[in-house]
Design a protein around this ligand. Structure first.
Ligand code: SPV
Ligand code: MG
Length: 294
């Protein structure tokens, strides 16, 4: 039959097809395996979630190689395409293109770079984050596109103008400049809760190139509205990490208070699930095949 398509091809297909695609966040091999098991189209390797899993802040407190190592531990164990949150590209055009060549070697499907300045701070913390100059960011996009060694690799340009309080016109102007610079898709971000500026942006954007949204603060907007406004993909950006904090907190507290694990036993994953998730049965079969049988 035909060769299986590569992750980069599948991410590109997800972004360019007529139906709305869904990316779920992962921040480790384990969380990526669960996302894949549950049938998501693609994985968002979230900067916030990866930093949080290390116990540090989403402000480039991890080195870029630490983040890339985590992304590599994800691509090693899943076949689902991975879109890496590349923050600002960890520096100027040169740092960003070095990132892209590393990701191409590792089988990562795409990278998202945002128009802020290094060191960035998470979009939901503080106000009026400084933005990159438009021409400087366009050069960064061009450098990334010129550096990719996998033809279908996707470079997403993330527009922070709305989050930084610069208004709608500035957001549109930047998105258009980034598209002209060669971005394969635009990620428009917002921290408003009603989602109105996102739907308005999508309407005005009118499918000039694939558009990605991240309904974290505006999660009550019905998902169908994104499809109806021509959005290509939705990222659930931090929900695996937040689910794990809630579960760990609750179990940890109960065990501490009751001095026994019996109470939490029925609501934590059984070890059988752990072993099935990591395919221990395959090791058993392989052992029969490759070890001398006595
Ligand atoms: C992330 O998941 O790290 C993101 C999305 O960049 S957000 O936290 O909404 O900025
Ligand atoms: Mg991020």
């Amino acid at each position: 039959g035909p060769a299986p398509s590569q992750p980069a091809d599948r991410l590109r297909e997800l972004l360019t097809s007529d139906s709305l695609g869904f990316l779920m966040e992962a921040h480790s091999g384990l969380s990526a395996k669960i996302v894949q098991d549950e049938g998501f189209d693609a994985i968002w390797a979230s900067g916030l979630s990866i930093a949080t899993a290390f116990g540090v802040r989403d402000s480039n407190e991890l080195s870029w190689t630490q983040v890339v190592d985590v992304v590599g531990s994800i691509t090693e164990v899943v076949s689902t395409p991975v879109l890496m949150d590349g923050d600002t590209g960890f520096g100027n055009f040169n740092n960003a293109r070095r990132l892209v060549t590393s990701l191409c070697r590792m089988g990562v499907a795409g990278v998202c770079i945002e128009d802020k300045v290094f060191p960035k701070l998470n979009s939901f913390v503080g106000e009026r984050h400084p933005l990159a100059e438009i021409d400087e960011f366009c050069g960064k996009i061009k450098a990334c596109k010129d550096a990719q060694t996998v033809p279908a690799f996707t470079v997403v340009a993330r527009v922070e103008a709305l989050v930084a309080g610069h208004g709608f016109g500035e957001a549109l102007r930047r998105a258009e400049a980034y598209r002209e610079a060669g971005a394969d898709a635009v990620f428009i971000h917002s921290k408003k809760t009603d989602g109105k500026e996102i739907l308005r942006f999508a309407q005005e954007w009118a499918e000039r190139c694939p558009l990605i949204v991240t309904p974290t603060t505006y999660h009550t907007v019905p998902t169908d509205a994104f499809q109806e406004h021509g959005v290509s993909a939705v990222i659930w950006a931090n929900h695996m990490m937040r689910a794990s904090i809630a579960a760990m907190r609750s179990a940890c507290r109960e065990v501490r208070q009751t001095r026994t694990v019996t109470g939490v036993e029925r609501r934590i994953a059984p070890l059988k699930e752990v072993f099935d998730l990591l395919d221990y049965p395959e090791l058993e079969r392989a052992s029969h095949r490759y070890l001398p049988q006595r």
